[in-house]
Each structure stands twice: as structure tokens, then as C-alpha cells.
Design a binder for this molecule. Sequence first.
Ligand SMILES: Cc1cc2nc3c(=O)[nH]c(=O)nc-3n(C[C@H](O)[C@H](O)[C@H](O)COP(=O)(O)OP(=O)(O)OC[C@H]3O[C@@H](n4cnc5c(N)ncnc54)[C@H](O)[C@@H]3O)c2cc1C
Length: 287
Amino acid sequence: MSYLTVSTLEEALTSLSDSSGKARVVAGATDLFLQDLPHSLVDLSALPEITVVEEKDGLISIGAAVTHTAAASSSLILARARALAEGCSAVGSPQIRNIGTIGGNVINAAPAADAAVALISLGAEAVLIDVNRETRQEAVENLYWTYNRSLVDSSKEILLRLLVKPCLGGEGSAFTRFAVRRALALPMVNAAARVKLENGLVKKVRLVAAPVRPAPTRLIQTEELVINQPVDKDTLKRVEVSAAGEVEVRGSQLRCSARYRQHLVGVLIARVLKIAADRADPGKAGD
Ligand SMILES: Cc1cc2nc3c(=O)[nH]c(=O)nc-3n(C[C@H](O)[C@H](O)[C@H](O)COP(=O)(O)OP(=O)(O)OC[C@H]3O[C@@H](n4cnc5c(N)ncnc54)[C@H](O)[C@@H]3O)c2cc1C
């Protein structure tokens, strides 16, 4: 097996194209090293252009090889995309967060990957480049194929960055999860929300729960239910019932029954909506 740590994007793309599908990109390797390893690995974790978080053209640009630790402590993400900081803080343990990356979390395509759930609630878009040097931009939720399988073939394509519209005045976001332990446990359910309020009423909202389907799942019916409503006790009660009723979930012998998971979806979606709405208070500058 060969292992190449690249220092430029061009070197990474050339080495993928020279390997004709036998090499695959790797970042922190926390997921990949648990799977069947390919013939060659191209390590992206030292590429300067994909290890930075910055504000560019009015968007937050998060390099695919930014670690969970770096994202969770980024002042920009904490101030303007809080759900992502919270999702990244929930991943694994400090050791895993120090090397595991946001890009790996998305491309590994686990149904309840914490950073991916937060990114989808924020409406993040992924920027990718392939071995023919063609770039494309896709909503993160469109990158999923099936359970633990991405539509991105990492022997031919590199995720460069994730773009998020910052939460400004009147907007807030939040992430939460429920698991048997606070560290090193996959969640029974995780949930994230982004909300925009005007005059105390919901004008835009994204509610995401997982694991529900192969990809973190938007709860569209529940989103529609809260449009033009205040986020008060009555609305939250209706959200809890609607969110639990909207999903069909599977049970897991290791974590919880389907019934308990369905109940949790309702509780956690109502909880993140409330937190996101509190953060969206127009008196504050975003979340
Ligand atoms: C003990 C343990 C606990 C964990 N706990 C959690 C948890 O609580 N929550 C959670 O969400 N995850 C958890 N994980 C999973 C994992 O740590 C995360 O998904 C992590 O973000 C993966 O990132 P990575 O850089 O290590 O990916 P890698 O393992 O390097 O790569 C994963 C996949 O993505 C591809 N890839 C990586 N970067 C790119 C790129 N830029 N472009 C194209 N393809 C790319 C690789 O080819 C591979 O297919 C845990 C893992 C372990 C081992």
C-alpha cells in the first residue's frame, strides 16, 4: 500500500488520476482506517487551502480538512453558525475531534454524522473538484446515495469546502443529540435547526433529524407548520407531535427501540427550535 501526503491540490488530483481509481483521498482517517483500505491513499490534511475557516463573499467557507476541534472553537462559526460548532463538539472524543475532519464526516455518509446534520440544517453547500479539474457545487443533502455511501467517489473527486450563509440578526441555529454517554457514543437521535424570525414570527426554518433515512432528514411538514407562527409553548407542543409523526425510524439493539427514537425526534426537534429561536432574538447580532 502507498501513502502520499500532498502539499498542493494539483499534486492530489494528479495522483488520483494517475492511479485510475485505485487511490482514495484520506484526511483524519478515523472512518477510513476502520474499512477495507484501498491500494493507495492520498492524504489531504496538509493542504493549506482546505484547512481554513474564513468569511468570503458574504459566506462562511469551511475547508473540508478543518478538524472538528478547529470548527468547534472557530469564533466565526461560534458567532454565525452555532449549530455547526455544537455538532462538531459532540463528535467522539477529544482525540477523534483533533484529527477527524468535517469533509470526512460528510463523505463517510453515516446517517447521523453530527457535523453533517448541523451543516444540512444550516443549508450548507459543498464545493467539489474532480480529476478532470471540473468543479461543482451541491447542497450537502444531495451528496448521499444510501446508508454509509456517498455519491462522491473519493477516488475521483475531492470535497474542497463547505459554504454556509452566516446567521445574521433575526437568525439563529442550534444542534443537540441524545446518546447513552456524552462521549464516544453514537447518538440515538441528533437534531438541528436554523430559524429566521421577523416580528416574533418564524419566516424561514430548517429542521433536521437523524438517523431517520440514509441522509440526515429535513422535516418538511413540521417546517411548514411553524411558518408565520411564534415559537411559543403551543407551537412547540405541536412541533413535538408533528416531528415524531413525520418520521419512520428503525430501532437498534445497541441504542434504543424505534418507538423511543421516534419520541426523541419530537422532543429534540422542539428543543433545538426553541434554542435557535432564542438565539434569533433580533436584539442580538445573530446566534
Ligand atoms: C471512536 C470513534 C468515535 C466516533 N464518534 C463519532 C461521533 O460521535 N459522531 C460522528 O459524527 N462521527 C463519529 N466518528 C466518525 C468520524 O470520526 C467522523 O466521521 C470524522 O469526521 C471523519 O473524518 P476523517 O477526516 O477522519 O475522515 P477519513 O476517515 O479520512 O475519511 C472518511 C471518508 O471520507 C473521504 N474523504 C475524506 N476527506 C475527503 C475530501 N476532502 N474529499 C473527498 N473525500 C474525502 C475518504 O475517502 C473516506 O471515504 C467516530 C469515529 C471513531 C473512530
